[in-house]
Design a protein around this ligand. Structure first.
Ligand code: F6R
Length: 259
């Protein structure tokens, strides 16, 4: 894992956006994996700016989102489809028909999850996956105990995740308890991962992900097995890292590193 500790949320968002943009520039028909939540909002804003001002072209890009709440349709205020439309897709020149978000209202989730996996494979696999991290160390909605080999599946959210996400709903009881998510195995198949985390609430899960053991108790720790993952952090999210000085040292000396 490459750990990049930034001075501010703005800086980490810009650097993470550059990493995603580089993939799209090198492969105009790239397949990008996307996350919702607060963490990637700055990254998405920067991608939209690059689309408008720097000519970053999304017209041939296909996207797959990590997850969606079960029981929530695309029109629902808190649906991840709506979140993506409002926070990214409407701000860039992506073809909306090429954007995929798991179906919150599928009749048959077993069939749906398999079809989602098949669609990712048919698109050629994910070139770059954007990720956030939950306070319990989840990526996607792969909660503690979820298999590190899992594929797209439904999951019961932990009470902690429901508490964290209550801020988006009127009350806790309105937060769905089930979700459909790409599995950890699906994420690990992405050619590159870009994870963003901000604020002191993320310090513990970030340290567990980077420096803890690989364990399904922190599904993000599986990224230690991925050979091209960049983690963009602000100082607060990096606050519990024991080797923070070493990660800074690596970045400072990167320009001269042997290739
Ligand atoms: C969302 C997702 C989740 C979030 C995580 C952090 O699609 O996959 O894993 O990335 O819950 O959420 P925020 O960024 O709101 O703290």
């Amino acid at each position: 894992m490459e750990v990049i500790i930034c001075g501010s949320y703005d800086e980490l968002s810009k650097l993470a956006a550059q990493a995603v943009a580089e993939v799209v520039r090198n492969k105009p028909n790239a397949v990008i994996g996307l996350a919702t939540g607060s963490s990637p909002l700055g990254l998405y804003k920067e991608l939209a700016r690059m689309n408008k001002e720097d000519g970053l072209d999304f017209s041939q890009v296909t996207s797959f989102n990590l997850d969606e709440y079960v029981g929530i349709g695309p029109e629902h205020e808190q649906s991840y489809r709506r979140f993506m439309n409002e926070n990214l897709f409407e701000g860039i020149n992506i073809d909306i028909a090429k954007t995929n978000v798991p179906d919150g209202l599928a009749d048959d989730y077993e069939g749906f999850c398999k079809a989602y996996e098949d669609k990712i494979a048919a698109a050629g696999g994910i070139d770059v996956q954007v990720l956030g991290i939950g306070s319990d160390g989840h990526i996607g909605f792969n909660e503690p105990g979820d298999s590190l080999a899992s594929r797209t599946h439904t999951v019961t959210l932990t009470e902690g995740t429901i508490d964290d996400n209550t801020r988006f709903f009127q009350k806790k009881e309105d937060v769905p308890i089930y979700a459909c998510t790409m599995g950890v195995g699906t994420v690990l198949d992405a050619r590159k991962c870009v994870l963003v985390a901000t604020g002191k609430g993320k310090a513990k899960p970030v340290a567990a992900m980077i420096e803890g053991p690989i364990t399904s108790m922190c599904t993000a720790s599986a990224l230690q097995m991925h050979n091209d993952t960049q983690v963009f952090l602000d100082e607060e999210a990096a606050g519990a890292l024991k080797f923070a000085d070493y990660y800074r040292w690596i970045q400072e000396n990167k320009p001269n590193a042997p290739k």
